[in-house]
Design a protein around this ligand. Structure first.
Ligand SMILES: C=CC1=C(C)c2cc3[nH]c(cc4nc(cc5[nH]c(cc1n2)c(C)c5CCC(=O)O)C(CCC(=O)O)=C4C)c(C)c3C=C
Ligand SMILES: [Fe+2]
Ligand SMILES: [Fe+2]
Length: 342
């Protein structure tokens, strides 16, 4: 079988999904990946794989490998492991939130698409995308529609998933490139914000901060469409909520390393809002399909504590996770992509 990796961009439509029945086709939901345990060795394994990807860090290996192996991995892994421990989900179906919610989301999407095999995979760590594709081929599947759980396209994330597909795994593959303006997804995020604000006396009196994962500015300078897609998506969600321009702000979080990253940063934006006398802020993170270290620990814990020190109250609005609106939106995106795949 000839491997064939090509791409599909999601169109902004809310057409309901017609039932898909395809016994030789699988839908693979791919997320970034996460450690298998909240321990320094497990975090080191995961970060080691992630930070060796040239799509993520393109520095020459002569410079980067010594920095990574003798500085970043030994110093960062124990610190980050403690952060994971603070958000780890206990129990039989437990684990890192990113893994748990991705697993549950795949089950929820499977519930929406009974005629199709739906599986989850991770770009780094387990279950590895390459192994999942090999397993599907061994089970007799001929085609895999790959849906990276990144609403906005970036070379550091989406294109890196494409790299795995381009290596060829004996399956015919297609990838959904982005869905930042998909009407079903925009509506689901807007509804989650409405739900978060449901009990408020004056829901739109609170400021809404869209916090997206950041990226080195260099990526944007080289043509990565990520910031434009974050802006367009946030504008569409704000419009769906009927928010005035001064009722919301967009910012970027999770800076890593010394390079200049996209601005403004979420933490500087919160300080500026506090300085302006804004005391009530809702933070939503529509770049993250499911809750993870960057939302639960960085935003809902650390940034909320910082904002409280400024006298404010930060309310974190959870990601869409494994909720039915999310599963429906992704199922509709996948269905339309399959309809365009003869
Ligand atoms: C140069 C480094 C990084 C780039 C570029 C980057 C882009 C990027 N990342 C996400 C989504 C996630 N990142 C997560 C964790 C994370 N990200 C980086 C670095 C870069 N990310 C690091 C080092 C880490 C690990 C944590 C840490 O050490 O601080 C996660 C959470 C994973 C989890 O286990 O919960 C997500 C999700 C996007 C969408 C993106 C580009 C747009
Ligand atoms: Fe190395
Ligand atoms: Fe990241």
């Amino acid at each position: 079988m000839q491997a064939n990796a090509s791409t599909v961009t999601s169109t902004p439509t809310s057409t309901p999904a017609a039932p898909v029945i395809a016994s030789d086709t699988a839908l693979v939901l791919v997320n970034l990946g996460t450690p298998d345990a909240p321990t320094a060795p497990a975090v080191r394994r995961y970060l080691g794989e992630f930070l060796h990807d040239r799509r993520v860090v393109s520095l020459t290996r002569w410079l980067w490998c010594p920095l990574l192996h003798f500085g970043i991995l030994p110093l960062r892994s124990p610190k980050v492991a403690r952060k994971y421990a603070s958000i780890w989900i206990e129990g039989e179906d437990g684990g890192s939130p990113l893994a748990v919610y991705t697993r549950r989301l795949a089950r929820a999407v499977q519930g929406q698409l009974p005629g199709l095999r739906v599986v989850e995979a991770m770009r780094y760590g387990n279950p590895s995308l390459a192994k999942v594709l090999d397993g599907l081929r061994e089970q007799g599947m001929a085609r895999a529609l790959v849906l990276p759980l990144y609403p906005q396209y970036s070379t550091s994330t989406t294109a890196s998933v494409g790299d795995v597909l381009a290596r060829g795994r004996g399956l015919s593959t297609r990838m959904v490139e982005d869905y930042h303006l998909d009407a079903g997804w925009v509506g689901a995020v807007a509804d989650s914000i409405r739900t978060g604000r449901a009990g408020d006396a004056a829901p739109s009196a609170r400021h809404l901060l869209f916090s997206f994962h950041g990226l080195p500015q260099r990526f944007a300078d080289q043509g990565d469409p990520y910031p434009q897609q974050c802006e367009a998506g946030a504008r569409a969600i704000a419009a769906a909520l009927g928010l005035a321009d001064d009722a919301w702000t967009l910012a970027y979080q999770s800076r890593f390393g010394r390079e200049k990253w996209l601005e403004p940063s979420t933490s500087a934006t919160l300080s500026a809002l506090a300085a302006r006398g804004v005391r009530e802020v809702d933070v939503v993170a529509p770049g993250f399909a499911v809750d993870c270290l960057e939302t639960l620990e960085e935003v809902a814990m650390m940034l909320a504590e910082d904002f409280a020190r400024h006298g404010g109250r930060l309310r974190y609005i959870p990601c869409l996770n494994d909720g039915v609106p999310h599963a429906r939106a992704l199922a509709a995106i996948a269905t339309r992509a399959l309809e365009r795949w003869p």
